[in-house]
Ligand binder design. Structure first.
Ligand code: FMN
Length: 406
């Protein structure tokens, strides 16, 4: 059949020509074209020196703890219900007594100003904007006070590593409480620092050293270096380091003898909500609950500590069964999409902590990059829930999800 053609008039073509929105910066426009956390990860890889990207992206030894956690999420299968009104969806969750607009928290991460000079204040600003909690790490590069001053309206949690000296530990807790941090997260999976091979291979030390290799790097990432060298010096806000990897520092500064007595001591000192992060078995979850904590995070530190540790998603149902009625159970590790978050909630998690996903955003574009990641996760959670036929987080349950055999 002969196709009938017509002459195109310019007035028809002109409206079809896309115009860049010059109100937005170049990086904002680039971020808009990222459709997933994976796309943002690739942008982050281009924007940062290799040692910085690898520090964030990497995990311990064979990296199997992280890879297995991601693999478990990939094996999730939902059982959707249809013929239901899903026009309105409520994504809020009450976390330790306060409503969070979304069912996830921006996890504590050390050395955040290395990823981007905007650092912790930029991440906390996004958390405030979206109405979710932000957890500042003991290994943060912004002090408890600076973060509180820059983000007075963000809900702030403080992550504590127990120092060898208890006075130092107590002083940090006091400062966090005095500056409005309502939840203390005590991380217990770091008796010693994990072995992170990428850091050794890249020669990443804390503070970063200027070597011939790093000077050569400057040529490929001049903007990152300019920002790093002309803003507040890159150092930990709560402790000083004299070289070595982050793993070496953890081993040197933090106390490997921390036991249940120390958690009881912290419980007595801390007036706010208390969360234990790094629980990897139902037995330890039961012990934590018996110590009067309010929540646990099933976590293997995003695979950065013990290689071949249990996959948090896989131990979640047994922990929910043991202590789910007594305390709130959170989970983290390997989350790269809103679908992963919905899966964790359906398996019984009260909420999810997200680490690398927002750090990729930070490396890719500072505040705008983190905001883009939260945006993507929010949309993915909402659409997944709608397509599953549920309109609130409470409706998600274990009947709607299963792990396909590996
Ligand atoms: C670069 C980086 C630094 C981290 N630093 C800390 C830390 O200082 N304290 C802590 O409790 N957890 C730390 N974590 C672990 C996170 O809080 C969280 O458990 C983990 O990132 C979750 O896995 P995901 O990154 O796959 O989401 C860090 C994780 C990353 C990726």
């Amino acid at each position: 059949m002969k196709i009938q053609r017509r002459i195109l008039r310019p007035s028809e073509v002109l409206p079809l020509i896309g115009k860049p929105d010059f109100q937005k910066s170049r990086i904002e426009r680039r971020l808009e074209r990222c459709a997933s956390v994976g796309d943002i990860r690739e942008l982050a890889r281009k924007k940062t020196p290799r040692a910085v990207f690898d520090y964030t992206d990497g995990a311990a030894m064979s990296e199997s703890s992280l890879n297995r956690a991601r693999d478990a999420f990939a094996h999730v299968e939902f059982t959707p219900r249809v013929m239901r009104d899903v026009s309105q969806v409520d994504l809020t969750v009450k976390m330790l007594g306060v409503t969070s607009a979304l069912p996830f928290v921006l996890a504590p991460t050390g050395f955040t100003r290395m990823m981007h000079h905007g650092g912790e204040p930029a991440v906390a600003a996004v958390a405030g904007e979206y109405g979710i909690p932000y957890a500042l790490s003991t290994l943060g590069t912004t002090s408890i006070e600076q973060l509180a001053a820059s983000n007075p309206n963000t809900r702030k949690w403080f992550q504590l590593y127990v120092f060898r000296g208890r006075e130092q530990t107590q002083a940090l807790m006091q400062r966090a409480w005095d500056h409005g941090y309502d939840t203390l997260i005590v991380t217990v999976d770091t008796a010693v620092g994990g072995i992170r091979r990428r850091e050794v291979r890249n020669g990443l030390t804390i503070p970063p050293q200027l070597t011939i290799r790093t000077l050569a790097e400057m040529a490929t990432h001049p903007r990152w270096w300019l920002n790093a060298l002309t803003t507040q010096p890159l150092e930990f806000a709560s402790l000083s380091s004299s070289g070595g990897t982050v793993g070496d520092l953890i081993t040197k500064v933090f106390d490997p003898s921390v036991s249940v007595e120390d958690i009881s001591w912290i419980r007595n000192q801390w007036k706010g909500s208390l969360m234990i992060k790094g629980i990897q078995s139902a037995q330890d979850a039961v012990i934590a609950a018996s110590l009067g904590v309010d929540a646990v995070v099933l976590s293997n530190h995003g695979g950065r500590q013990l290689d071949r540790s249990p996959v948090p998603l896989e131990i979640l149902p047994s922990v929910v069964k043991e202590v789910g009625k007594e305390i709130e159970i959170y989970i983290d590790g390997g989350v790269t999409s809103g679908t992963d978050i919905v899966a964790a909630l359906a398996f019984g998690a009260h909420g999810v902590l997200v680490g690398r996903a927002y750090l990729y955003g930070l490396m890719a574009g500072g505040y705008a990059g983190v905001a883009r990641v939260v945006d993507i996760l929010e949309k993915e959670i909402k659409v997944t829930m709608q397509l599953m036929g549920v309109t609130s987080i409470r409706e998600l349950d274990a009947d709607m999800v299963r792990l396909r055999p590996f």
